[in-house]
Design a protein around this ligand. Structure first.
Ligand code: DGY
Length: 328
C-alpha cells in the first residue's frame, strides 16, 4: 500500500526523518535549502502533511494551491507563521510544540537578562579587542539582578518559568501584565503580582517579553512604551520579532533612554535592524532560546508525533484548531 506523502520543510534530526519514514513517504530538505514561497508550494503539492518551522508561512494562498494538505505540524510553540483561521476554513489541522521547551526557554530568557544587566558580551568584545590594559572602578558597571524588580509581559508557561527563577533564585520582586490574570495559586507559586501595563513599564528594573505575536501585540513596545521605562532598565525580548519596534528601541538605546536590551528575536529576522548592530548596550542572539539538543529533539519529536497520530489515528497531541477534528 502506498504511504501518505509528507514534506519536512527544513533540515531536522536524521532520527526524526527515519521515524516519519516508518509511516510516510517523506520528502525532506536535509540540505536545508532556503525555498522561495513558490518552491514551498511546489513541494507541498500532493502532500497530506507538512512538518514546518516558524520560517514556513502557511496561509490562504498556500492552502489553495495545496488542496491535499490535511495537517501542518509546527516545530515551535509560537505559530504566527500559520493563518489558523484560513487553515480551519480549509479543514487543515494546525499543531504546535508547547511545554517541551518551557524550562529551556526560561533558562535562556534569564541568561539573556543576566548578560544584558551585567554587560557580559560588551565587556567580552572589549577584552577580545585587546583594550583591557588597566582596571577602573566603574568598568562595565551594570545593574543588579538579585533583589531587583522583574517585570514580565505575557505570563504563560515560559513567563511563569522566568518568574519562578527570578523570585526563588534571585529574590526578585516579580510583577507581570497579561491578557488575563493568573489564578491565586499560580501567582503565589511565582510570587508574582498582577499590575497594569503602565505600572509594569514604570516599575520594572528588568522587563522580559514573553507574549505571543499577533496583530494585537505588534509593536506592543514602541517609542511611547520605551519612554515610560526607567533610564536604567533592561528590556529582554525572547518572544517574537515585531512585538518591539526595533527602530525605536535602537534609538532609545543609543540615547541611553533605557539601560540595555537583550534580543533573541527581531522584526524581519534573520535580518537585524542595522542600528541595533551599532549600539553597544545590546546583547544579540539569533533566535536560540529553545536551542539545547534535548529540547530541540523533544520539539521535533512532538511535531512528528502530531503528524503520525493525526494521520494514522485522528488523535493529534497538541491541536491548535481542534474544530477540524470534528469535520474530518
Ligand atoms: C518557538 O518555539 O516558538 C521558538 O521561538 C522557536 O525556537
Amino acid at each position: 500500500m502506498n504511504k501518505p506523502k509528507i514534506l519536512v520543510a527544513r533540515a531536522i534530526f536524521p532520527e526524526i526523518i527515519a521515524r516519519l519514514q516508518q509511516h510516510f513517504e517523506v520528502e525532506a530538505n536535509q540540505a536545508d535549502e532556503t525555498w522561495s514561497r513558490a518552491q514551498l508550494i511546489e513541494r507541498l503539492r500532493g502532500k497530506v502533511g507538512a512538518f514546518t518551522t516558524g520560517t514556513d508561512r502557511i496561509d490562504a494562498e498556500v492552502l489553495a494551491a495545496c488542496p491535499d494538505l490535511k495537517i501542518c505540524a509546527n516545530m515551535a510553540v509560537g505559530y504566527n507563521n500559520f493563518d489558523v483561521e484560513a487553515m480551519t476554513a480549509r479543514g487543515v489541522l494546525a499543531t504546535n510544540a508547547p511545554d517541551v521547551l518551557t524550562e529551556t526557554t526560561a533558562d535562556f530568557g534569564f541568561a539573556l537578562l543576566m548578560a544584558t544587566a551585567r554587560r557580559i558580551t560588551e565587556s567580552e568584545h572589549f577584552l577580545r579587542a585587546g583594550q583591557w590594559n588597566k582596571w577602573r572602578y566603574d568598568m562595565f558597571s551594570g545593574s543588579d539582578v538579585h533583589g531587583a524588580t522583574l517585570g514580565i509581559l505575557g505570563m504563560g508557561r515560559i513567563g511563569q518559568g522566568i518568574a519562578r527563577r527570578g523570585a526563588h533564585g534571585f529574590g526578585m520582586k516579580v510583577i507581570y501584565h497579561n491578557r488575563s490574570r493568573l489564578d491565586a495559586v499560580t501567582e503565589l507559586e511565582c510570587k508574582a503580582r498582577f499590575v497594569s501595563k503602565e505600572e509594569l513599564l514604570n516599575t520594572a528594573d528588568h522587563l522580559v517579553l514573553v507574549l505571543p505575536y499577533s496583530p494585537a501585540s505588534h509593536h506592543a513596545i514602541g517609542a511611547a512604551e520605551l519612554a515610560l521605562m526607567k533610564p536604567s532598565a533592561t528590556l529582554i525580548n525572547i518572544a517574537r520579532g515585531g512585538i518591539v519596534d526595533d527602530a525605536a528601541l535602537a534609538q532609545a538605546l543609543r540615547e541611553r533612554r533605557i539601560g540595555g536590551a537583550g534580543l533573541d528575536v527581531f522584526e524581519g529576522e534573520p535580518r537585524v535592524h542595522p542600528d541595533l548592530l551599532t549600539v553597544p548596550n545590546v546583547v544579540l542572539t539569533p533566535h536560540i532560546a529553545s536551542a539545547t539538543v534535548p529540547t530541540r529533539l523533544a520539539m521535533a519529536t512532538l511535531a512528528a508525533d502530531n503528524l503520525i497520530d493525526y494521520l494514522t489515528q485522528n488523535k493529534p497531541l497538541t491541536p491548535l484548531n481542534p474544530a477540524v477534528l470534528a469535520i474530518k
